[in-house]
Every structure is written in C-alpha cells, then in structure tokens.
Design a protein around this ligand. Structure first.
Ligand code: GLU
Length: 257
C-alpha cells in the first residue's frame, strides 16, 4: 500500500488545561491517534505548539520581563518538557521521533528552503516522526510566523502532504459565534466560496493563532492543492474519525483547487 502524508497541527489550547498546565491525558490520546494513522498507511508530521504555555508554568518569575524575554525564556524551558513527553509517549509504540525547530527565515531563500525540505525528507524516509515547532528562542518579531497555523501550512506544502489537519478548541469554522446555540459549523468551503464574513477575530488565551489565521492558512493551502480540515482536538478519536467516518464527524473541510 502506498503511504500518504498528513500534517497534524495541534494548538496550545488543545494541549493545555484551563490552568495552563500540559494536558497529559489529551497528549497521550493524540499520540494514540497518530500511532493509528501510521498503522493505516499515513506518514505523519506533527506541528505542535505548547512550548511557551508549558514553560510559563515551570518557573515563578517575580520581576517583570518584556514580551520577547518571556517568549525566549518560556519557550526554551517549555520545549524541553514538551518534547520529552512526546518522546515517552511515542516510545510506547516504538515510534522514533525527531525534533525540528525552525524559523521563518528557513522558508525564505531557496537554499534554506531546500535544506529544510531535505531534513523533513530524510526523517520521513527513515520512518522518523518529525515534531515541528517554531524556534521561539531566536525568532525575531518582524520575522516570526504569524503562528503555528502558518508554519503548518508551509510544512504541508513542503512535504507534499495530501492533507493538513488543524486541531483546535472548536469543531470548525462556524457561521456565527460558536457560543451561540443557533450557529452551525460550515462543513465544506469550496474554491471561490466567500465565507470570510464568518471569521471572528477572537483567540484563545494561550496560543498566538485564532480562526483568522486558520482560515488564511486553510485558503492558501487549499489553493495550492492540499485538502485542509479544521476540527476539534478535544474530541476523542478525532483523527481516526475524520478518516473513517468523515460524514458523521463535525469539522470544516477546505476543498483543494
Ligand atoms: N510556538 C509557540 C509555542 O510553542 C506557539 C505559537 C502559536 O500559538 O501558534 O508556544
């Protein structure tokens, strides 16, 4: 069976509890689901946020730090914890992981793009699961990815993924405020559909992204020919359900051009 490639992006709001701690039960469940994908002929790239949120809980700082200092300090600390947890969880399945920390600069010149691509390829060819995050320790504000949604879109196109799944705290793109009982998830966005009026600019408390950046990423990745799904990472078994029972599983699909 030929293997297909899928990029799964998990946001900080899925990976952390309300108090900002890493949600280990959720991480463990996502690892089970990614192991399932690999057993079902998908090569997976995981793009994971959560470093800054996780680092923030590690250290009590009682003097003021500016936003750059906070991002550098907390991402450096949090990334260690995050990747260690993934290492332990994937080891239960004998899945080898590799850490890829990258910056927007690596996608800008042809030379660094090819270098980054070669890194992804060598990992996938050797059956190693790449776990990608922005290197927030050295990312300069003007040159940062908007958030990991943008990064995951670039990675999906780089590895020629057949699908990008953006896992977030809601079931998809709603035709109104997700908190209103009358709002419904828009199930399919086809090329040329204008749904931009439905995008709310609100964001979760922990991550940098939000529905605007998910939407922008989804539109540009779908235009480039890759299917994009936005779904809720807090739902049990969401990844297998999206593959095996897409009609019964609430999500938004961006149909590729
Ligand atoms: N790279 C950031 C982190 O790991 C997350 C950025 C985002 O929220 O998209 O904390």
């Amino acid at each position: 069976m030929t293997r297909k490639r899928i990029v799964v992006k998990v946001g900080s709001n899925v990976l952390t509890t309300d108090s900002g701690k890493l949600n280990i039960t959720r991480m463990s469940s996502l690892v089970d689901q990614i192991a399932w994908l690999r057993q079902n002929a998908y090569d997976v790239v995981l793009v994971t946020s959560g470093a800054v949120a996780c680092g923030r809980k590690e250290l009590q700082v009682n003097h003021s730090l500016d936003s750059v200092e906070q991002r550098q300090l907390f991402s450096a600390m949090g990334q260690v914890k995050l990747i260690n947890l993934y290492y332990d969880l994937f080891r239960e399945y004998n899945i080898h992981i590799g850490q890829v920390l990258t910056t927007k600069e690596n996608f800008q010149s042809e030379r660094s793009y090819q270098n980054q691509k070669a890194c992804m390829e060598v990992m996938l060819e050797n059956n190693v699961l790449p776990i990608v995050n922005e290197n927030d320790t050295v990312s300069i504000e003007e040159l940062m990815f908007t958030d990991n949604d943008e990064l995951s879109g670039l990675i999906a196109l780089m590895v020629g993924a057949e699908m990008l799944v953006l896992l977030t705290g809601v079931d998809g793109l709603y035709n109104g405020d997700p908190m209103d009982a009358g709002s419904e998830v828009i199930r399919r966005v086809k090329p040329g559909d204008d749904v931009s009026r439905y995008i709310l600019s609100s964001k979760s408390a922990v991550g940098r992204g939000g529905m605007t950046s998910k939407f922008n990423t989804a539109i540009s990745v779908a235009q480039a020919g890759t299917r994009v799904l936005i779904a809720c990472g807090n739902r049990d078994n969401i990844l297998p359900d999206l593959i095996e029972r897409p009609l019964e599983t609430t999500h938004t699909e961006f149909v590729p051009s």
